[in-house]
Design a protein around this ligand. Structure first.
Ligand SMILES: [Ca+2]
Ligand SMILES: [Ca+2]
Length: 354
């Protein structure tokens, strides 16, 4: 009897051990399974992300081929506008036809010039004010741009002149010694910076100048560029320049010297923008018009200002900026490339990707 009970007891404990072991094994399987599953998801994600990256790369080379082709074209290569920049359009074609959702290997890519609102195609840096071409004769344009962004006149004058000093090779203050601030005009008061005395590499270097504020910077940064880095004179594409840049130029040329008023400058820019946008009144559409002085119904003072602005005009954009977005097919994973290309040499002068 005793031995039978003992046997049953042993059998019972063996059963408990076996059940326990099974439970542990099951838990291990579940945890290994979960980990494997997580790894699988990660691998899948990386593969999809990589696919979107290659699609963005393809989109970049696709864009380059259009820039190259446009550069070789006698006619379209000489005029860049907000509608057609660095691209040759055939008949009724629009940039959207060429650059929106280009399908490739199960995914797609798109090329945009602006995000708000989204504008398909490429844009330029040439409509912006080049900090590396702002010198003593024209720093007043930068001053006006700063005033438009909300900086007071005195500070705007100081910041614009200091931007010249930051970049130019000499150490002579642009405003003359008597007008310059007591301490160096760059960096914080406790640790003033020396002027760079070399070209701006990035627009954000403007923040090193005293009296410049983050609020003002945010407002003007999209109207500024650093290309070309070495420039003999300032050139602006009036067909692609944003409103603020046109306004700053026009106001710079207005005043007693030219017998014109600020009202004339502002009036000119209103007419210029309305004419440029064409009948639909929307910038960057097919009916946009090339600026022609005689067609804009300008007053005499407006004409004076316009002709002075034309001294700085270029019709061809050299620095082409665009964003390529690659979309992987299954889950629409995305990658982006923001690039600026010098179309004369077809080299990349600015590159950012994620
Ligand atoms: Ca200097
Ligand atoms: Ca239009």
């Amino acid at each position: 009897m005793r031995s039978k009970a003992l046997r049953q007891g042993t059998r019972g404990s063996v059963l408990i051990v076996v059940v326990g072991m099974l439970a542990i094994l099951l838990l291990m399987t579940v945890s290994v399974g979960r980990r494997a599953n997580q790894e699988l998801v990660l691998v899948k994600y990386s593969l999809q992300k990589m696919q979107s990256r290659y699609l963005a790369w393809a989109g970049f080379h696709y864009s380059l081929s259009y820039i190259r082709a446009d550069g070789l074209d006698e006619k379209t290569g000489r005029y860049d506008s907000q509608f057609a920049c660095a691209v040759k359009l055939i008949e009724e074609q629009t940039p959207e036809d060429i650059f929106k959702e280009v399908k490739l290997g199960g995914g797609s890519f798109g090329v945009t010039a602006g995000q708000d609102p989204v504008r398909y195609g490429m844009g330029d840096e040439d409509g912006k004010l080049n900090l590396n071409a702002v010198g003593i004769p024209n720093y007043g344009i930068l001053k006006e741009l700063l005033v438009i962004a909300g900086l007071d006149l005195n500070s705007a004058n100081m910041v614009a002149a200091s931007a010249v000093d930051w970049r130019d090779e000499d150490s002579e203050p642009a405003l003359g010694k008597e007008q310059q601030q007591e301490e160096g005009p760059f960096g914080p008061e406790k640790e003033p910076l020396r002027a760079k005395n070399r070209p701006f590499d990035q627009v954000v270097e403007l923040m090193f100048i005293n009296r410049m504020t983050p609020e003002v910077y945010e407002k003007i940064k999209n109207g500024l560029t650093v290309f070309p880095r070495r420039a003999d004179n300032l050139k602006i594409n009036l067909a692609t320049a944003p409103r603020e840049v046109l306004l700053a130029m026009a106001r710079f040329f207005s005043g007693p010297v030219t017998g014109t008023s600020r009202g004339d400058a502002d009036g000119l820019v209103t007419k210029l923008l309305a004419f440029r946008a064409g009948e639909d009144r929307i910038e960057g559409t097919a009916d946009d018009q090339e600026l022609v002085e005689t067609k804009m119904a300008l007053t005499m003072p407006e004409q004076v200002i316009f002709r002075l602005m034309m001294q700085y005009e270029t019709k061809t954009s050299r620095f082409i900026s665009f964003r390529v977005s690659g979309f992987e097919g299954a889950n629409r994973r995305q990658s982006h490339i923001d690039a600026v290309v010098d179309r004369q040499t077809l080299t990349v002068v600015s590159w950012r990707n994620d």
